[in-house]
Design a protein around this ligand. Structure first.
Ligand SMILES: [Zn+2]
Length: 317
């Protein structure tokens, strides 16, 4: 049976999976990303080649797909800019890996390949038009349009939802990511604590606000902490605004939300839906389903492998 390799290169970890055409993971591997200041392309290249060699035993391999955190030149398979992985900026992934293994290579943004995994074998299987958001430290996203991955930037985390809002890592202001990501949750909570707002979080972080994590805020919310509950309701409200903007453009059938923060789904979904319904054109909001993603881990790498099958089918047909 045909199989493919999917590689997800993130800021801290590189995940490699060997996947069957049905989407079953046959083998997986995880390593730390060579991401020290000054790490050269040569070092990244050797690291990838050494680890891929271990996975490339199968005779029916159709190719290697990459999902990489950063801005990608798909056509040439080059990483244009990866803010969190400077060691791969400008790295010619496609050319380098194709030359080494004589197999087709595709390179995609990691959130886009995640979105494709949801369409291929996840929560989006039965929908043709989907907006996918991943809520982690930041916010990533991908768009599925007419059953295919929409090959745009899909940087949904940088949709502006407050014109004079908080500063964002992208150097703009008021981006969704500055209001509804893990990082935003922590910063928003600390700002209230510094102003003296009462909360059990003062104790749970031992008086050091900089030890706060989204998990601690989540736990406090479950125990009824008012500040923490308010923070998650705000996350829901801002997500509702951001998603309304996207649905007013794409009119998608489904919104799929994944990433680490969906553990807190019940704390933000009601507010999200209320705000979303208020701000989306009625005929569009009436039919859209807002659902949780299927994948927790491996999704970027599985999606990258899925894109290889799709591309190789196109070539064959
Ligand atoms: Zn931004």
């Amino acid at each position: 049976m045909r199989s493919a390799i999917g590689v997800d290169i993130g800021g801290t970890k590189i995940k490699i999976v060997h996947v069957s055409e049905k989407g079953d993971v046959l083998k997986r591997m995880m390593k730390s990303t060579p991401n020290a200041r000054g790490d050269s392309h040569e070092k990244v290249k050797n690291f990838l080649i050494d680890n891929l060699k271990e996975m490339l035993q199968d005779k029916d391999l159709v190719g290697i797909g990459f999902g990489i955190a950063g801005v990608i030149d798909r056509k040439n398979g080059i990483v244009i800019e990866s803010p969190n992985i400077p060691s791969i900026n400008g790295f010619r992934v496609k050319e380098t890996i194709e030359k080494e293994f004589s197999l087709p290579v595709i390179v995609e943004n990691d959130a886009n390949s995640y979105a494709y995994a949801e369409k291929w074998i996840g929560a989006g299987k039965n929908f043709d038009n989907i907006v996918v958001l991943t809520l982690g430290t930041g916010i990533g996203g991908g768009i599925i349009y007419k059953g295919e991955l929409f090959e745009g930037a899909a940087e949904v985390g940088h949709v502006v939802i407050e014109p004079d809002g908080r500063y964002c890592t992208c150097r703009s202001f008021g981006c969704l990511e500055s209001y509804a990501s893990g990082r935003a949750i922590v910063e928003r909570t600390i700002s209230s604590l510094e102003k003296g707002v009462e909360s059990m979080l003062r104790e749970s972080c031992g008086g050091n606000f900089y030890k706060l994590t989204p998990e601690l805020v989540y736990k406090a919310a479950l125990e009824g902490d008012n500040l923490s509950r308010e923070v998650f309701r705000e996350v829901g409200r801002y997500l509702g605004i951001g998603i309304a903007n996207l649905i007013n453009i794409f009119g998608s059938d489904a919104v799929i939300i994944g990433g680490g923060l969906i553990g807190a789904w019940d704390l933000f979904i009601e507010e999200l839906k209320r705000e979303f319904t208020k701000r989306t054109l009625k005929p569009l909001s009436a039919r859209v389903k807002i659902i949780k993603a299927t994948f927790k881990k491996d999704s970027g790498s599985i999606g990258a492998a899925g894109l290889i099958f799709k591309t190789s089918t196109h070539i064959a047909s």
